[in-house]
Write a protein that binds this ligand. Sequence first.
Ligand SMILES: [Zn+2]
Ligand SMILES: [Zn+2]
Length: 205
Amino acid sequence: MTEQPAFGGPRSGARGEYGDLLPIRAAVGVPVQCLRNEYLGLYGLTQTYSHRYRLHGTLCETCHLTEARDPQERRLAEWAHLDVTAQHLPAAAPQQGLVLVTHPPAPGALTGQIELRLDNAPVGAATVTCCPACRTAALDYVQVTATHRRLGYGRTLVAAARARAPEYTWTAPLPDGGVAQAFRARLAYPRAAAPCVHRIRSTSG
Ligand SMILES: [Zn+2]
Ligand SMILES: [Zn+2]
């Protein structure tokens, strides 16, 4: 337990060395509020490093106290930051840690995929259709493996998709079913419009 990362503060130990996975959020730099919306400037934070994810993180000291008092509390005190603008092509993606891998549309297609991989194993993906002519983007589908839910992977994939075309007009369909519907219901995107002529003509369908 004496090993320290080269930078990024103390090793993350609050959840067990390689045990439970930390929540993640799309972020860079030091956050202002914690996952319970507490202002970190008031009672303090610790900058951490997750060896599991190979990402920097934050520990909220107030949440840390809250969770220490009540073991039944959800573990939200510490979370890791993923820079959603750092997206790798499959051949160049790091093999270790939590990384975003982008699969651009095939020639003639408009639909691509952004994958979240943990130690090179897919743990989630967003399917996105972008039309450069219309400057529109559709978040067709977001999926997270069942064992990795409630950690912020889905919303991080949404942010990663958005980062690819932040100035486009975004929509998303309304899927059926409990998990998908509850996730979609928290997204501000309007429901998908009729596909544009470019999408109909493309090989994406
Ligand atoms: Zn907190
Ligand atoms: Zn179009």
